[in-house]
Design a protein around this ligand. Sequence first.
Ligand code: ZN
Length: 249
Amino acid sequence: MTQLYEIDGYHYIVDLTPYFVLGVLVIALVCAIAVLLRRILASPFRYPYYVARFDVSGRRNVRIEDYIDRHLMDPAGWDAIVAHRAYIQNWKHEQEEYLKTCRLRSRRERQYAEAVDDDRAFRFITRRDQTRYKQANYMKTSYKVSMDDSELDVNWEWIVERRIRLAAINDEATLRDYHAKNQRRLMTKQLREQIARRDNYTCQICGKYMPDGVGLHVDHIVPVAKGGKTVPSNLQVLCSKCNGRKGAR
Ligand SMILES: [Zn+2]
């Protein structure tokens, strides 16, 4: 990289390469300082959210609260939530300790206050696989993508309140099912089989044994019409005779 100068009839050839290199170095240094400064000034706080994803692929009329209820009723799910709650508390404690001695203290305190998000600490997300198609050269091919479907962010108080209400009904159903108007709709084939197995295919009044399931009824102990729920504690196996007699009363 050279430049030709003409001064007083003399020609000078000046090599500009060192100036160019110096310029590049200065720009690089300024950029490096800017990046470093940004990193120092940026918030170091990352709030540790609890995130649970529920796969709802192929399901219709999904209500995320039902999935949350089942997650809270599942001992493993509940343990994970309680452990994470402790983790958040610990994280906050550590950050507050750090704030006592850190540099740029007022800035850090403001950044910490912005990062703390207790009201939305627990994130529940439903996710579903969707089939997409792409057309190429007259060939249609399908592929799957996972998409977040819905999200509910709640705080610890919401979780505790929900857990207490579930405990009050002995974790026998999701809150929505328990309070559903149409309790008969909740009687599924699986539940029927579960009760039959539990009661050993035996009429709970006369003791008739019906291993082949013929004449076996699954009865609401407190009738649905009187507010009885479709939950295991309110269901029993009856034979047709005892079921008919009970109905007549
Ligand atoms: Zn009977």
